[in-house]
Design a protein around this ligand. Structure first.
Ligand code: PLP
Length: 377
């Protein structure tokens, strides 16, 4: 937790649950990635936290943006972003949304199929397009599956077709999966992308850009100590190995590693109870759960560090659950958290590393619970 957030929490007594984000930490995280990978352009993945103060902070730092919908393009523009610095990175777009984005000045689009390429040719003629390829998401705690990307031979053909359709075949992208703990995944993916580059070079088409996606991890519980430099070194080694002195333009699209560690969710403990007299495991119910923004606890994938007012006192095993009447609203049961024995109803707990993929995941009114409030300081 940053000193600014700590002061905010000490001075204000706001109804829980809420998210507080330190904008200085957003800037620090951006600059750390910038320093680790100085040759790459940073396209912030807006979906991680699209709040205006976050976007304005990043516009001020010269960031580019990766948007997944017209609404996200609008959010970037409202924050002062230049449309020439926005990429429409979703490979699944409504045709009239492409037309709208093009009207707004967006000139860089992702695709992974011939069908999407035809839409782009009609609605965004002359634009730069890049093809997303399938890569392994092993090692990622929040994998993106086979939903996006195509195989290499298809990518090669599609890039040639893009040129025939009057588009500008610009580059290749991939995403190694979110919260990716293994730097070697980027090396493998870069190797695959490089094969498409060289196949196309043989066919007379010189691509200009490689988009290395997001996936850079934040420090959740158990994930501490993987510095950004490890990932940057792996990426630069692979880039040099495959492209030599002929490096294409490089893009990264970080979401989580910019926003996560800048945010804290404060929640109130509603109940601490037991299911039997002799079971040492207590059930701890927070006033925020899976439907209130903690969707990434699905399969216990993302593990938020939890701080309590009793830290440093004796602890025991707990199951942590959310406040709704849905049986799926259990946050951690298999992964054994321990929390202080002194913890009780009314205590406020802080979920750390919670600035990414939380506020936007909250349901509107499930069980009558409103989405958490948000503060950007
Ligand atoms: C979600 C997403 C990102 C951001 O991923 P992180 O793991 O949060 O860094 C980047 N690019 C695309 C295309 C995405 O869908």
């Amino acid at each position: 937790m940053t000193p600014k957030i700590e002061r905010f929490l000490n001075q204000t007594h706001i109804e829980t649950p809420f998210l507080v984000v330190d904008l200085d930490q957003i800037a620090t995280n951006y600059q750390a990635l910038r320093a680790a990978l100085p040759v790459a352009d940073i396209y912030y993945a807006v979906k991680a936290n699209p709040a205006q103060p976050v976007l304005r902070t990043l516009v001020g730092l010269g960031s580019c943006f990766d948007a997944a919908s017209v609404a996200e393009v609008d959010d970037c523009l409202a924050a002062g972003a230049d449309p020439a610095r926005i990429s429409y990175g979703n490979t699944v777009k409504r045709q009239r949304d492409i037309a709208r984005a093009h009207e707004l000045g967006v000139r860089l689009y992702a695709f992974d199929s011939i069908e999407e390429l035809h839409k782009l040719a009609v609605e965004a003629p002359g634009s730069k397009v890049y093809c997303r390829i399938l890569v392994s998401n092993g090692g990622a705690q929040w994998p993106l599956s086979r939903k996006f990307g195509c195989e290499l031979d298809m990518a090669r053909d599609l890039m040639l077709t893009a040129e025939d359709l009057g588009l500008d075949p610009h580059g290749i992208s991939f995403h190694v999966g979110s919260q990716q703990m293994d730097p070697a995944r980027w090396e493998m993916a870069i190797g695959r992308a490089a094969m498409v580059f060289s196949d196309l070079r043989e066919a007379g088409l010189e691509l200009k850009m490689i988009d290395l996606g997001g996936g850079f991890p934040a420090r959740y519980r158990g994930d501490e100590g993987r510095p950004a430099d490890d990932f940057a070194a792996a990426i630069m080694n692979a880039m040099t190995r495959h492209f030599g002195n002929n490096l294409p333009d490089m893009i990264v699209e970080p979401g989580r590693c910019i926003a996560a560690e800048a945010g804290v969710i404060q929640s109130e403990v509603l109940l601490v109870s037991r299911k039997t007299y002799d079971d040492p495991t207590r059930w701890v119910y927070f006033d925020v759960g899976k439907f209130g923004g903690l969707a990434e606890t699905m399969d216990e994938a993302i593990r938020y560090p939890v701080a309590t007012p009793h830290d440093g006192t004796p602890e025991g095993p707990v199951v942590i659950a959310g406040p709704t009447c849905d049986g799926a609203d259990v946050l951690y049961e298999k992964y054994r958290y321990t929390l202080p024995l002194a913890l009780g109803a009314g205590d406020r707990v802080n979920l750390l590393c919670a600035g990414a993929y939380t506020s936007v995941y909250a349901s509107q009114r499930f069980n009558g619970f409103a989405p958490m409030a948000e503060y950007y300081i």
